[in-house]
Design a protein around this ligand. Structure first.
Ligand SMILES: [Zn+2]
Length: 232
């Protein structure tokens, strides 16, 4: 059995592991023009990871998703506090208070590491996540970020099998930075995300695919349509 990593449009991703654990990352479902599913169609969720509190990442569905599924939410403490004010029970937040950059937690059979990201946020800072699945396969969701040199350290420590990288420019890495980041992260595969959703963002993955082929030809690039998945 393989793990499935499905792109739900923008930065929203759904990992379903080979043993059935479901992890949602940045579940902006309602109001996301690229998202092919409705909140009610998401089904089972075990873990929700939130990279930061911008509305195109945190969205408005997390309190309902938690009520419907009993999922455990992982976020920085400040953001976890904001989620509690929005109606998420402390019982559904990792350790009742959240976690922070550098830490690793184990939940529902997977390990989650919070990583740095260079971006902004209102409650807490923007972060990324490394998710280590039951069999050791490793997925990196960069969140919203520009390129940073210590991506190289993440590669050395975690051996990334799949990277979910923003390429849309304006608020995040542009195709050039995202392609260059592959030389630091050295993932087996990459899925470009965080583009096309808004008119001001890069509108297709073509330039990223071309640059990735030049800078890191050994990395397999998987360009998905929202709703499509890559197997790991
Ligand atoms: Zn943002």
């Amino acid at each position: 059995m393989s793990h499935s990593i499905k792109w739900l449009g923008h930065a929203a991703c759904q990992i379903t592991t080979s043993s059935g654990c479901v992890i949602l990352i940045d579940p902006w479902i309602t109001g996301n023009p690229s998202c092919p599913v409705k909140k009610e169609e998401i089904g089972k969720v075990d873990v929700i990871l939130v990279t930061h509190d911008h509305s195109d990442h945190m969205g408005s569905d997390i309190p309902d998703l938690v009520k419907d599924t009993g999922a455990t939410v992982i976020a920085q403490p400040e953001l976890a506090g904001a989620l509690q004010e929005a109606g998420v029970s402390a019982e559904n937040i990792i350790y009742g208070m959240g976690m922070n950059i550098g830490g690793q937690v184990e939940v529902a059979g997977v390990k989650v590491v919070m990583t740095q990201a260079f971006h902004s946020g209102t409650a807490g800072e923007a972060v990324g996540y490394i998710v280590i699945l039951e069999d050791g396969k490793t997925v990196y969701h960069a969140g919203d970020t520009g390129i940073f040199a210590s991506m190289e350290l993440l590669a050395k420590i975690y051996n990334i099998d799949l990277a979910l990288l923003p390429i849309g420019s304006v608020f995040v890495m542009d195709p050039l930075q995202a392609a260059y980041s592959l030389t630091l992260l050295k993932p087996g595969k990459v899925v470009p995300i965080h583009y096309k959703t808004f008119p001001i963002l890069v509108q297709d993955a073509g330039e990223f695919v071309k640059l990735a082929g030049e800078k890191a030809p050994e990395v397999q690039v998987a360009v998905l349509q929202p709703g499509e998945e890559v197997l790991l």
